[in-house]
Design a protein. Structure first.
Length: 228
């Protein structure tokens, strides 16, 4: 991973009551998901069809692109039906790759010590959340978990944050939202969030991205000193 030389974004923590956090790529290493969808599923799909791995990838990528950014893209049930594979079972086959990003537990504990409400807001399917919580035990460090599938809208979709407010009342002017998906951050900005933070290194095995559109961090250690 390339090292960031830019100064860490400065956040006015006295003006922030609640912190909304994405899961995959933000709290957890996106390598698991990238490996799962780009390598593991194609291999199992190739085995099912009796074709080469390259042929399976060629067949899958258009299917991925067609619904990317929609709720179905994140839906275990959709992909099980679409591909004729037990996606839940396949996820469990590589669950040893699920990992928490460095400094995440420290950051969550520091938020609690300062009285900030910690809320997970994720597009991930409920089954994926359960699997990852069992593996990481991060659930005990969160006050609330909001799953986009329960709200029937993806985070990228207009109207999503209004539905969130029905189950988790919040003030966009006093809420920090951290995510690695720029489309999701743009939707939050359009909704009126004052505090937005992008994660530039969601996958530990890929280079960090250059992000100009939002304040960005590669790791939570960059802003952790502000809470100590």
């Amino acid at each position: 991973m390339s090292q960031r030389n830019d100064p860490a974004p400065q956040l006015d923590w006295a003006a922030i009551d609640t912190v909304f956090l994405d899961m995959d790529g933000t709290l957890l290493d996106l390598y698991y998901d990238n490996h799962f969808w780009l390598e593991h599923v194609p291999q199992r799909y190739a085995d099912k069809l009796g074709v080469s791995l390259a042929e399976a990838k060629d067949a899958l990528l258009p299917k991925y692109r067609r619904i990317q950014g929609t709720l179905d893209w994140y839906c275990v049930d959709h992909w099980s039906r679409e591909l004729g594979l037990d996606i839940a079972l396949l996820k469990a086959e590589v669950e040893h790759l699920i990992a928490v990003h460095p400094f995440v537990p420290d950051f969550l504990d520091a938020l609690a010590a300062h009285g900030k409400r910690r809320v997970l807001v994720t597009n991930a399917h409920q089954m994926s959340i359960d699997l990852k919580f069992r593996r990481t035990r991060l659930g005990g460090r969160l006050e609330q978990v909001i799953c986009a599938h329960d709200l029937q809208l993806a985070k990228e979709t207009p109207g999503f944050w209004a539905r969130v407010r029905e189950v988790e009342p919040f003030d966009p002017a006093r809420t920090l939202f951290v995510d690695d998906n720029l489309d999701v951050l743009r939707a939050a900005r359009d909704y009126g969030f004052r505090w937005l933070l992008a994660v530039s290194a969601p996958d530990s095995r890929a280079p960090a991205r250059e992000i100009q559109e939002f304040p960005a961090i590669a790791r939570f250690s960059e802003i952790l000193p502000q809470l100590r």
